[in-house]
Design a protein around this ligand. Sequence first.
Ligand SMILES: [Zn+2]
Length: 412
Amino acid sequence: MTDKQAVRRVALVVTAIATVGFAIVALVWVPWQPVAGGAPPAVAPESVFTPLEVRRGEDYASWARLWSLSSLAISLAVASALGFSRWGARVMARLPGPWWVQVVLGVALIGLAGRLATLPCSVMLQRHRLAGGLSNQPWADYARDLVVGEAIAAMGTSLVLLALIGVARRWARAWPAMAAFVVGALVVLTSFVYPVVVEPLNNDFVPLEQGELRSAILTLADQEEVHVDNVLVADASRRTTSLNAYVSGFGATRRVVVYDTLVESLSQDEALSVVAHELAHAAHDDVVIGTSLAALGCAAGVGLLGLVLTRRGRGPSMADPGVVPLVLALALWATLVASPLQNGTSRQIETRADVDALTATGESAAFVEMQRTLALRSLADPTPPAWLHWWWGSHPTTLERVAIARSLSGQK
Ligand SMILES: [Zn+2]
């Protein structure tokens, strides 16, 4: 048996095991029927928004969509041009240094090419956000965020590719199995390390002062059976106008974090609705479900990569840095194709958190008012095109969420 045949066999086994594992987790732990009796159809937009509010949301969303989808199309075109032709491999062959330097340089160059090609779309989108009042960031700060974001993305991508190629150089035949394990482990590590390491870099936290809100949050946590050690306020208003809350940490160090923007711009009942939703995620260990699915999905992706590479007649081997442009192009397409699956499971999990929040607070009016406020602040389109929502919607739409609240409270 040649190395190539052996890799192909291992890749097939890896793909099969990861896919079956993914299917089991998805079938057993994703709530496929989060609303008893089925989710009700979305309510009519005019029962929640004024005609002017609907029109503003639609106007904003149509341009935002244009710039985002154009950016995606350009990214795919650039990645495909470099990955599926000889151009990318030619560039890689000219890079200096040992293999690992070539990998890092190649990732940085390809990332930069994509970034520059999509820059006009990003700038137009930011102008649109400024005009709509969704951002008040000065252009210098925006530019710095772009550069920092690109650098972090390049480092993360380099790390994954160094691991993949390093493993393939060490285990010529078994690399798909070893690489699937390493990539899965990286997903798990990132998911649990990110909130503990990165959030504190961006924000300062102070304990929420003793008072009605704090005691109400602790009562809710009791009710949803989530042990909470502390309630903290993050000074998010320094960077964003968005309203958010989350639960982080494990066991004895678990805490509820609310953005200062949430405390300041929502009524107490509305803020509690948001917190109740986040506590529901914690109660069901939704981060564990999401992380398991992501890790198994990525492991299956590595298996498929092994199958694709061993099919191509004269393609590069995984041990060769010249494979970088092809892997990046395949990863981008795979992410796009997997989006409906990822967002479909996410919408089920989010719906369950809404149902639990509504049950715990019993405040459907506050929930509806909160959904209305969030939608108006983000200038959300109340009725996005169905295919767009199916493909990219990570949460039910505002009108679907309002429908759940009204049906649970017996209102029509
Ligand atoms: Zn959620």
